[in-house]
Design a protein around this ligand. Sequence first.
Ligand SMILES: [Zn+2]
Ligand SMILES: [Zn+2]
Length: 166
Amino acid sequence: MKVVLAYVPPMSAKVVIALNKTGREFERVNVSKSDEHYWRLFDKLWKAGEDFVNIEQDIVVSPTILDELENCPAEWCSVAYPYLNGQYPGLGCVRFRAALLQRRPNAVIEAGEWSNAAHKPKHWCAVDHSLTLALNRAGETKHVHYEGVTHLGDHWPTHGCVPRPA
Ligand SMILES: [Zn+2]
Ligand SMILES: [Zn+2]
């Protein structure tokens, strides 16, 4: 199971320390080069066709949550964290299995076609919303895990579209 930490500098030490405590290797991917680079990361991971976990840069994982995700038989698992008035399970800590990637090979491409007044196609801020929509439309549902991560909050750069689509 590949583990990716998607970040925009500066990297949070808390996030890295927490990931190190899982005992797993993880790859740091800087997605700051353009508004499309977060989408491009998913495009690349999707095409690679292997089980992967994506962690966003403001998510602090528990030492065991990655084991929990690896052991869960569901194909699309997201760990919820408190957000606004509820619990939000998005791409902040998500695991996709190869079987789902292969069954829905066009999901990320389709997500990249979504846009609205505040977000051009492939915009980083819309990846979560648009990929969820594309997969839900295809009949896929996410399995939600609780209490495995905390959200540091204000680390993603904002671009004035508040609130983030959820
Ligand atoms: Zn699960
Ligand atoms: Zn936005």
